[in-house]
Design a binder for this molecule. Structure first.
Ligand code: CTP
Length: 415
């Protein structure tokens, strides 16, 4: 089977022309161009989109330069050894040189050397990700499939290329789970055995890479699939002893998706940490070096739990609710509203998120000055009192606000 037409149909025509040209320039210099990795996998599965990973069996930088020399465009960067970014008009192409990798120790980033396309494919994670389609004549469109990836695609299996794969790079443990759940495949038996055997190698991978893999879980359409499977295989526990996912997690994630626009990775993470003790949740986000925004979401979530009783107090006025919740991260509020048990508390948080937090006064500092309010702390107190009056529905429009301010001025202040 020849895949040139299938690739052509999946790309904008001008990009396909450029790639065709690149393949031809490569062939004229005895450097073959290949499409590799996930895009080939998805192409064979009939899934559209995804990154265009192009590999040249030779020197990517030199090929990009000759393309620019012969046909215009420019080489805009070469961020790492062996890679090049080429741009012509609106189009950009990332190009990597085929390479072999040597792992100096488990979990270390590999040492990289130029190599053949076969070597390049054999350094990869799973058979289904280790196929290439040649883009240079005379083999243009031919599939290179040294590990029988196509057969595994048909059998719907995630299979490593060799028994030490997870030891070389334990992030592949999480990748295996992610692909399995996304594609509705199965991790092949021997691979599952290596995965379970090598769980302890997750410790050899830096926290930044593990956090990234967890983030990729949370960016999937239905992250609970990968999380539940990771729990079942002992991966979550290996990441942090208190991390777990179960039916409750799935139920919450589905609820988040059914509520419009709230199912973000940040909300999912907050839900995942909801049932963990405050100490462990903070230990986890700090240990995994989450950005300060995400740490704040988690500490706000913890704070919300301590506020739960107060939020349920009978006769709580809107201004009091506002004072309790103002400044807390919306993601924490959303996660809390989905996960907390009391329907009443849930309604209150939704009322705050949907209405109260958007309430604004008509009058601002500048307008108060025009009404004769002197600048200073008194003005700040007046603005706050105005907002409270507005939140509680005591004033509903501009005229009422102005009348209230005039009264306060006559009486010497809001208190
Ligand atoms: N790869 C690998 N081992 C890793 C990461 C990546 O072998 N730890 C290889 C795989 O061949 C993979 C390719 O690099 O297909 C590109 O990696 P990435 O962009 O992460 O994967 P995609 O397959 O494109 O997956 P996705 O659909 O999730 O973007």
């Amino acid at each position: 089977m020849n895949y040139a037409d299938t690739i052509e149909k999946s790309l904008p025509p001008d990009l396909w022309s450029l790639i065709t040209l690149l393949g031809e320039v490569g062939a004229s210099q005895d450097q073959r161009l290949y499409l590799v990795g996930g895009r080939v996998r998805d192409l064979l599965l009939g899934i559209e989109g995804g990154d265009l990973d192009l590999v040249v069996e030779g020197d990517a930088m030199a090929l990009a330069r000759s393309l620019a020399g012969e046909h215009g465009g420019e080489v805009v960067s070469h961020p790492r050894f062996g890679t090049a970014k080429y741009r012509r008009g609106e189009l950009t192409i990332d190009l990597a040189s085929a390479r072999t990798e040597v792992y100096s120790r488990p979990g270390a980033l590999p040492l990289v050397r130029p190599g053949s396309i076969d070597k390049d494919l054999s350094r990869r994670d799973f058979t289904i990700n280790s196929m290439a389609v040649c883009l240079s004549p005379p083999d243009k469109g031919n599939l290179l499939d040294p590990f029988d990836g196509r057969a595994d695609l048909e059998a719907r299996l995630i299979r490593v290329l060799h028994s030490k794969s997870f030891i070389d790079d334990a992030t592949r443990i999480m990748r295996a789970i992610r692909y399995e759940q996304r594609l509705n495949f199965k991790i092949e038996d021997a691979t599952r055995g290596y995965l379970l055997r090598d769980l302890s190698y997750l410790d050899t991978v830096g926290v930044d890479r593990l956090r990234h893999e967890l983030q990729l879980f949370l960016e999937e359409g239905r992250p609970e699939g990968a999380l539940l499977r990771a729990d079942e295989l002992g991966v979550l526990k290996a990441m942090h002893p208190s991390l777990k996912a179960d039916g409750w997690t799935g139920e919450m994630f589905r609820k988040a998706r059914s509520a419009a626009q709230v199912a973000t990775p940040e909300v999912y993470l907050a839900l995942l940490l909801y049932r963990i003790s405050p100490e462990d949740a903070l230990d986890l986000v700090k240990g995994y070096r989450y950005a300060s925004d995400q740490v704040r979401i988690v500490s706000d979530l913890i704070k919300l739990k301590t506020l739960e009783k107060g939020l349920g107090a009978p006769g709580l006025k809107p201004r009091e609710l506002y004072a309790l919740l103002h400044g807390l991260a919306p993601e924490a509020l959303t996660a809390f509203s989905l996960a907390c048990e009391s329907q009443r508390t849930r309604d209150i948080i939704v009322q705050y998120l949907d209405e109260l937090r958007h309430v604004k006064t008509y009058l601002d500092g500048h307008k108060l000055k025009l009404l004769g309010v002197p600048q200073g702390p008194g003005m700040g107190r007046m603005l706050k009192a105005l907002l409270d009056a507005r939140l509680d529905g005591e004033v509903a429009n501009r005229e009422a606000e102005v009348a209230l301010v005039k009264r306060w001025l006559a009486e010497g202040g809001p208190e």
